[in-house]
Design a protein around this ligand. Sequence first.
Ligand SMILES: Nc1ncnc2c1ncn2[C@@H]1O[C@H](COP(=O)(O)OP(=O)(O)OP(=O)(O)O)[C@@H](O)[C@H]1O
Length: 854
Amino acid sequence: MADDGLLLNFAIDEPSSNHKPVFKGGHWKDRLQAKRSLEGQRRKSQRFKKLSDANATPTQERRSIIRNDAQSDGLSQPPPAKRQKPNVSITSRAKPANTNTEIISSLFTSNPTAKAAAVPQPKQDPSDLSPSNAPLPEGASHFTSLGLDPKIASHLLTSLHLKTPTAIQKEAITQLLKDDTDAFIQAETGSGKTLAYCLPIMQRLMALKVGGEGKAIDRTSGLFAIILSPTRELAKQIDATLAALLRRVPWIVHGTVTGGATKNHEKAKIRKGLNILVATPGRLADHLDNTKVLDVGNVRWVVLDEGDRLVELGFEDEIRTLVTALDKIPGVGAGNGHKEDPTRSRHEDRNKVGIAGLPKKRTTVLCSATMKMGVQRLGEISLKDAVLINVDPALRTSEPVRENSDPSQSTAAVATDGVVENGGKERPFLAPAQLKQSYLIVPAKQRLVALMALLRWTFARRGSVMKAIVFFSCADSVDFHFEIFGKTDAANEINGEAVTSKSRSSNSKRKESNVSQKSSKELGEPSRSLKQGSPLTGSSSQSSAKDSYALPTTTSSPTLSSQQNPDIRIFKLHGSLLQSLRIFTLAAFTKTADPAILFCTDVISRGLDLPNIDLVIEYDPPFSSDDHLHRVGRTARAGREGRAICFLMPGPEEGYVEVLNAGAGKGVVKGEVTEEILRKGFASYIDKAPTLSHAEQAEKRNWDERATDWQLDVERWVLDDEKVAEKARKAYVSHVRAYATHVVKEREMFDVKRLHLGHLAKAFALREKPGSMGRGQVGSKGTVKRTKANPNGSNVLKEKANGNSEAITASREKVRPDWRKDTEPSMTDGKDAARKMRAKMKEHMAGASEFNIG
Ligand SMILES: Nc1ncnc2c1ncn2[C@@H]1O[C@H](COP(=O)(O)OP(=O)(O)OP(=O)(O)O)[C@@H](O)[C@H]1O
C-alpha cells in the first residue's frame, strides 16, 4: 500500500489531548466547573476537526491526493494546503463515518496497465456486419409462400408491420405446418423464434372444426397447446405476442398460469376454458397434480421455450410430469397407438362430438439459442424423432440448414430417439452479426467514473442512443448504482433546493404517467427522472449554509442529463423486487419516449424482447459466455443495429477478450480506450458549447479533475448518508461474492484472489478499508466467520436486505453462491424454484460452491 498513491486520513489526536490537567485548591464547585468547561472545549475541538476533514472541498481533496501521489512518486512536496474554516453549521447532526480508517485514493495513479487495449484491431469487413437475424429480403420469401393463410399474412403486414419472415421462421413455419414431427429450433437471439412456433399453432387451430357443423373451435373446445416458459416475464411476453396475433380470431382463447395470480383465480380461468396456455413449469405441474382442473386430453402442441434456461432452473421434473400426463392420452401418447382407455377423461368424452383436423400425434417443439448438454437432456425427455431446424450462424449465410432424421440429408446433425445429436460438430452460439461489440479495460478504481462517462457521452446527443441496459452481477449492486445515478429527490432535499424539488414534482406530473405515480407510491421506486441541477447528477447546485456540510458539491460536477437530453429516466430491475413492480418496470421502460437506462441483473437476459435497445453495457462481466450472448442479444434484434460494450479490468480479465471474439463469429470486437471515454464523458460540452468563454472551456477541458470531483462528490455523499453507505457496503460484498462464482472454465480470468479489494472499494465510492466491511460475513476463504453476534457463523446472510440472500443454515457452512437466487428463482415459482436453483447451482458450479476471497 505504501506506494499505492493512497492517503490515509488517520485522525491523529493532538498530543495534549490525552493530558488531563488536575485542578487543585479553591471551592469544589469551581474545580468541577473548570473541569467540565475544559472537557467541553476538548470535545468541541475534536468534532470540529472531524468535520473539517470530512468536509474538505474537492479542491482540497484533490490537492491532498496529488500531494500524496507526489510523495509516493518521490517528487517534491508542494506546500500543504491551507487549512480552511469548515463551512459547517455546528448544529448539524450528520456525522462523518469512519474518519479514522478513511482512504482517499487517486483515480489516476497506481493503476495496472492494460495490455489488450493496445492490441491493434484488424479492419472489419463490412459484409461481416450484415444482419444475421433480419427478415429475409422482399422477393426472397413471403409468409404466404410458407403455407400460411393469406388472412394471417395480411394481419401480420397490416397490424404488426411484418412483411417477410426471418430465415428461422421460414424453415420452422414450413416444417410445423407440413407435418407433426417434433422439432428442435435453434437460432440466435432476436431471430423471431416466438412467431416461428406461434404462427403454425395459430393456423392449425384456426383450421380445427367442431362437430359435423364445421364450426370453429371456441374456449369450451379444450386446451390444444401448452407453451412453457422459464420465467413469468417471458410467459407474459409470449402471451402478449399471442394476443397480437389472435386479435382477428378472438374465438381462440389464450391465457397464462404463472403463479403471479392466486391459484383460485387461475383455476377459474382454466375452468372457463383456454385453447392455448402459456405457463411456467412449476405452476403448471401444480395445477396438474393438485388442482385437477387442467384437462390435457386435447393437447397436441407443446412448446418448451428457452430450453437451456428451463434446464438451468431445474425444471426437468416438472417437464417430465407434463410429458407423462400427455403420454397417457390415448392415441397421441408415447406409443402413438390407438388404445381404448377405459379411464377416458371428461374432456375426451366431450370430444366425442369430434374435432375435425385434430392431429393424431402430439408435436413438441424445443427452442433454444444454444445446444448444450442440458438441452440435449431435455430433448431426451420430451422429443421423439425430432427435426433440427437451424440457421447455421457459423456460416453466416442466408441459406438455412434443416436437418432431419434422415442422415443422408444431413452431414452435421441427426435427430434420433428423442436425442438431438450434434454429429460431433460443435454448433457455435454467436451474437447477431450486425451487433457492434467492444470492450473497455478499466482499472478497478475508475470503474464508477468510467460508467458515468460512458453513459454521459452515450446520451449526449439526443437520438443516437435512446435506450440502454446496464448489467450488474447482483441485486445489491443494482440498488446501489440506481441510488447513485438515479439520485435526485433525496439529494435535492438534503440541499434544501426547494425550487428544484418543486419544479421536479411539477415536471413529474407532466411527464410521468398515472401508472408511474401509482408505482412510485405503492410499489416503491421503479424509475427516476434525472433533471439538471441535482448535486450528484446536476451541474449547478449552490450549496447553502445549511447544506454545506451535508452534501458538499462542486459547480463543475457533470450530469448525465445534458441540454440535448434533459430528462433521462433510470429504471432498475432484479429478482428481489416485487413481481408487480418488475412487470410495471418492464412496461414503463418499454413505453417511455424519454431516453432511458435500465440497471438490472441477468434477470432480463433471457428471451425478453425490449424494443429499441440501442446499447447493452456489461458493467460486470457475465458469469459465462452463454450469459454474455444472451445479454448482448437484447439489442440488435430482428436485423436492427445494436452496440454492446463489456467492462473488463486490466490483468487476467483481459483474457476474456478472446471469449468475446469467439462469440462474435466473423465480427471484430473493438477495444475502446478508457481515457478517451473519460475525456469524452467528462469534457463533452467543449465542442458543443462554442459560446463558453476561454476560461470556462479551459476549466471543462480538465476532464480528469472533473472525473475526480464527481467521484469525490459521490464518496462524500456515501460517507455522509449511512443508508447509502450501507447500500454501498452491501453492493461491494455481494459483488465480490458474485465474482467468485464465474463458471469454472472462466475462473482463471475472473479470479477473486487477484481482485484488488482496495481499488475495487473505490468503484463503490467507499473510503473504508475493505477488511472492515462485511466482517462476520465473509472470511478470507469465503467462509462465514464466527463473531460475538454470530457465534456459530450461521445465518449471517439472512441479514441481507432486499431478499437478496437466503439463510445459510448449517453452522460453519461455507457461503454458497447465492447471488443468483435473487434473480432467477423469484422470477419463476418462488421457494420451489429457489430450492431447485440451489440444487442446480451446486451441480452447475461443480467445486465452486464456496467463495475464495483471498
Ligand atoms: N418476420 C419478422 N420481421 C420483423 N420483425 C420480426 C419478425 N419476426 C419477429 N420479429 C421481431 O423480432 C423481435 C425478436 O423476436 P423474438 O423475441 O421472437 O426473438 P427470439 O429469437 O425468441 O429471441 P431470444 O432468443 O432473445 O428469445 C420481436 O420484436 C419481434 O416482433
